[in-house]
Design a protein around this ligand. Structure first.
Ligand code: SF4
Ligand code: SF4
Length: 496
């Protein structure tokens, strides 16, 4: 199946022996000139690219103090070296977080520190050459910005921020990534990552209403652009058609139905994902986020709820108010924004949903914490709510739940291998190898507890696992949406 060696899943996790340059060939496709320009970047590599890159780096060091701190304070203790799933899966030493950081750090030292300017060899400083730029392009696109390494760094150095900064510099000199930049272009033009226009969305949602009516006999609505609805649901566009995402969307609709609230989706903001974060561009992130504000104002909603999408929740939870606020026109009694899991959990706690767990008895579940939810956001009012709430929803919907090993969940969770703009077929080798630690942990609960399915609340995780699980001997339908479980279990109609 693969034109590369799929890593062997061993009985216990093993730190691999280093293989220099083994992933140097894994180069993601660059964005075409027209897509670069749509986002405000040069179409191709500038003639004066070195000068522009150094100037951009200087501008960012001035703007983002954390970036300079991260570049200055690493003591090379090595605590992060075996924490990255891409290093564990590929054995390429440049995929060790500290080495990935050093690709930028050695250029920073050369141009922005006294020692690097006058004694470069003494401090490992290097000129920014085309070879260095190529290394940046390859290895900063082998980082899913998952932030696992930062949890184990005694100084909290966040490689994700360095990776975002490197991508922003590369965009500024004309070498952006095809996958991210074309997708952002589609959102700005049409409203979602997939380029689905309003009629296609409407057709899909009408089809869902018919399917749910056939299955349950109940008229559950999946409304689009309905002015005056109470809730605006912002959900990843994968939810509109792909498996298992769409089963989650069916579940959200059933939950809203049982809650008796009016809700709508928007064709203007038909995407929760915000790839502006992946390329480190606050300007593009803001443009995407503003569409949500515009939709909320236009539709006159009182609340905004986000569907299952990991990085979208990070952008929403951490940045939405700064990027597109204030949201003082919404109902102040509810959080802005709110996660669909918070919404459902609240109903469960109040006894407002009847859930028949036996409807999921054909599955024995585990749960994959998505990086951006686990390490960059929160849910509810309790510390660690982002770990507790999805698990409580699963346990309320299923009889059989088993967590994976403790060092692979919660804040120590392993990335699915496809986050941060890596969910593209031209990076399949990186994605498959990067999934190794999660596959290892999954295998453990499969063997110990006969687990059959893994649930997630991230569109990227679901797409990634659907694609890579077969490489490890699992079935592609062993990944499920959390609200798919709710959808199976929920008893529609009057509260029993
Ligand atoms: S942020 Fe994640 S992918 Fe990037 S170096 Fe750290 S552990 Fe690896
Ligand atoms: S754990 Fe932190 S300080 Fe230690 S090598 Fe890694 S980035 Fe540097």
């Amino acid at each position: 199946m693969a034109d590369f060696q799929v890593p062997e899943v061993k009985e216990y996790p093993v730190v691999p022996l280093i293989q220099e340059g083994v992933m140097a060939h894994a180069k993601t496709f660059p964005a075409k000139a027209e897509f670069q320009r749509t986002l405000g970047y040069p179409g191709e590599l500038l003639d004066n690219w070195q000068e522009t890159a150094i100037s951009k780096m200087g501008e960012m060091l001035g703007k983002y103090r954390s970036l300079q701190v991260f570049l200055d304070i690493c003591v090379k203790c090595g605590a992060c070296t075996d924490k990255c799933h891409y290093f564990l899966g590929t054995a390429d030493p440049k995929n060790m977080p500290v080495a990935r950081q050093d690709l930028l750090r050695k250029v920073y030292r050369r141009y922005f520190t006294f020692a690097g300017k006058y004694f470069p060899k003494l401090v490992g400083a290097v000129d920014l050459t085309k070879e260095v730029l190529d290394d940046w392009y390859n290895y900063y696109h082998q980082c899913s910005q998952c932030r696992r390494c930062s949890v184990y760094c005694p100084y909290g150095i966040d490689t994700a921020e360095i990776s975002m900064a490197a991508r922003e510099i590369m965009d500024a000199v004309g070498v952006g990534q095809k996958y991210c930049n074309e997708i952002i272009g589609k959102v700005l033009k049409i409203g979602n990552n997939l380029g689905l226009p309003e009629p296609a969305l409407r057709d899909t949602l009408e089809g869902l209403e018919e399917d749910v009516k056939d299955d349950t006999g109940v008229d559950v609505r999946y409304p689009l652009d309905e002015k005056g609805a109470e809730i605006l649901l912002i959900t990843p566009s994968a939810d509109f058609f792909a498996e298992p995402h769409v089963d989650g969307l069916i579940g959200y609709g059933k939950v809203f139905h049982q809650a008796g609230v009016s809700w709508t989706m928007s064709s203007h903001a038909s995407e929760a994902a915000n790839f502006g974060m992946f390329i480190g561009s606050y300007e593009n992130m803001r443009k995407v986020a503003l569409r949500i504000r515009e939709a909320a104002l236009d539709l006159g909603v009182k609340r905004i709820v986000f569907g299952e999408c990991g990085h979208a929740w990070r952008v929403a939870y951490s940045f939405l108010n700064t990027l597109a606020g204030p949201f003082d026109f919404l109902d102040p009694r509810y959080p802005v924004p709110q996660h669909i899991c918070e919404f459902t959990y609240d109903l469960i706690q109040r006894g407002a949903l009847t859930l028949d767990k036996s409807a999921n008895d054909h599955m024995r579940l585990t749960y994959h914490d998505s990086c951006n939810v686990a390490r960059a956001s929160r849910m509810g009012n309790l510390p660690g709510g982002q770990f507790v709430i999805p698990r409580e929803i699963i346990k309320a919907s299923c009889n059989y739940f088993y967590d994976m090993p403790a060092d692979t969940i919660h804040e120590g969770t392993f990335c699915c291998g496809g986050g941060g703009g890596l969910l593209t077929d031209d990076l399949m080798e990186v994605r498959v190898k990067g999934a190794l630690p999660r596959m290892q942990a999954l295998k453990q609960v499969v063997e110990e507890h006969d687990v059959t399915h893994m649930a997630a609340i991230c569109a990227i995780c679901k797409s990634q696992f659907t694609k890579v699980m077969p490489y490890y001997g699992f079935q592609l339908d062993q990944i499920v949406s959390v609200h798919q479980l709710v959808s199976n279990a929920i008893v529609l109609g009057d509260k029993q």
